[in-house]
Design a protein around this ligand. Sequence first.
Ligand code: SAM
Length: 332
Amino acid sequence: MDVLDTFGRPLRDLRISVTDRCNFRCVYCMPREVYGRDYRFLERRELLSFEEIARAARVFAGLGVQKIRITGGEPLVRRELERLIAMLAELGLDLTLTTNASLLSQKAAALAQAGLRRVTVSLDALDDDTFRAMNDADFPVARVLEGIDAAAAAGLPVKVNCVVKRGVNDDQIVPLAEHFRGAGHTLRFIEYMDVGHTNGWRMDEVVSAAEIVGALDDAFGVEPVEPSYRGEVARRWRYRDGRGEVGVIASVTQPFCGDCTRARLSAEGRLYTCLFAVRGHDVRALLRSGASDDELAESVRSLWSARRDRYSDLRSAQTVDLPKVEMSYIGG
Ligand code: SAM
């Protein structure tokens, strides 16, 4: 049965982080100075097991969740992820995964076979030097493109997401658009957000959706497309020459809290009702306490019913210093 929060928003999407580890050190997300050798990542026993995740997902499905997105850290570094995908696929929901695609060539077929329905690949540059500098792991862009091809070959629809940071990869907007338009993969640009603290976010590093659309319009000519459903976070634009569409997600300049139906479960089983939440609710403790599914559902229901989060609507200079959870922990 549906559950609504204090603003009447239903619980429709669940993002599940399966690890806080990543094989990239993207400078705006997991800077090496912070996530270096001494950083304490979660230990295995702290992570939710696949069985615990699947049980939680089933309870959420009973509360109206229709879509599950697996994320991380880098979800494909968690061993045998396809086993979890197979367990979640049994729920019959929309099931997707966000990945840096570094391991996608090896994994795509098994994931598709296990029941994954689609995949979102994060790719911030097409230029190899820029990409290697941004992932700070010297990872070549060609391998990500191979991963995308492998996913498509396995029958998985692919979306590509690019976070734009001023002075770092804003010169990649047009090359990325050129590469993916007409290629059959949806490309979406995302405004760089003030998640966490380790990235030292500043507003002047955000390239606004308006600027991004301006660059696309200058290069190709674009026109707006009507949203296909209420709450669609990406504003869609069509290339005037008919060679496909591109999306822009204005998370900072045009926030969409009013339509936010997402809950996030961290790898250690903490439930966050906002990407910018300070504290998560300890679902793992409940899962491991012998609570019944009904008790679990009741706990999530009461948490969601009390939800008042609308951080991005309220974002201002004052919110920059508030304590916030890191993106690599919660997964976006
Ligand atoms: N490792 C996976 C990946 O690369 O897609 C999943 C986790 S990663 C944290 C999810 C997404 O968050 C990536 O697309 C990344 O670019 C994005 N991200 C991280 N920090 C961000 C920020 N400050 N603003 C906007 N997006 C951010």
